[in-house]
Design a protein around this ligand. Structure first.
Ligand SMILES: Cc1cc2nc3c(=O)[nH]c(=O)nc-3n(C[C@H](O)[C@H](O)[C@H](O)COP(=O)(O)O)c2cc1C
Length: 191
């Protein structure tokens, strides 16, 4: 029996819902991966505002969707094996909760589990400009082993569309989990 690798995709109320959506779309094409989606209430607001998408439409892209307050969900326990979690996009509020182990919803609890089990946590923080607490919280999560991956476009790639810029970031993050990202972006090959 082949067991699929599980990846948690969490989406919060920071701008950039497209990043989480693209990650789910890519995972949908990969038979060996199983996606677990959690989206916050503010994330749903932005999903509607930025992409005109509903929760149901988003859920169709995921293998499993968990309620933000379902603290008894599989992914709330370390006994449920996953390859890790990506928070894309991550608000400063959720970043603060993750940095301080404040697991009051399934995103912050899920991240807490990933960190305590020493699994991979990739956080896509989205805010600008940053104040000291934002920076300190990023440092704390980094010290715990989390990876900060702000969505910063690489202009040397000469992408000519927003979707190409998004795919480059999505590709680089999913590549960290060894998801097949061929075609999403072209790695730098020198001048
Ligand atoms: C259109 C819109 C854009 C937002 N963008 C950001 C953002 O980029 N970063 C951020 O930290 N918060 C942003 N916020 C505020 C968060 O949604 C808010 O702090 C919320 O409480 C976050 O909750 P959550 O982390 O549970 O999703 C935005 C809100 C709206 C309505």
């Amino acid at each position: 029996m082949s067991v699929k690798k599980r990846l948690i995709i969490s989406m919060t109320g920071a701008t950039g819902a497209i990043y989480g959506v693209r990650m789910l779309q890519v995972l949908q094409t990969q038979s060996e991966w199983e996606s677990h989606l959690v989206i916050s209430s503010a994330g749903l607001v932005n999903l509607k505002h930025e992409l005109n998408m509903t929760r149901d439409e988003l859920s169709e892209l995921a293998d499993f969707t968990h309620g933000i307050n379902d603290i008894a969900a599989t992914i709330a326990s370390g006994g449920f094996k996953t390859e890790g979690m990506i928070i894309a996009p991550c608000s400063m509020k959720t970043l603060a909760a993750v940095a301080h182990g404040f697991g009051d919803n399934l995103i912050s609890r899920g991240a807490d589990v990933v960190l305590k089990e020493r699994r991979r946590l990739v956080v896509m923080p989205r805010e600008t400009p940053l104040h000291l607490v934002h920076i300190r919280n990023m440092a704390i999560v980094t010290e715990m082993g989390g990876i900060m991956f702000p969505p910063m476009p690489a202009f040397y790639s000469k992408n000519n569309s927003i979707s190409a810029m998004v795919d480059e970031t999505v590709g680089r993050i999913l590549d960290m989990f060894d998801v097949d990202v061929i075609g999403l972006y072209t790695p730098w090959e020198g001048l």
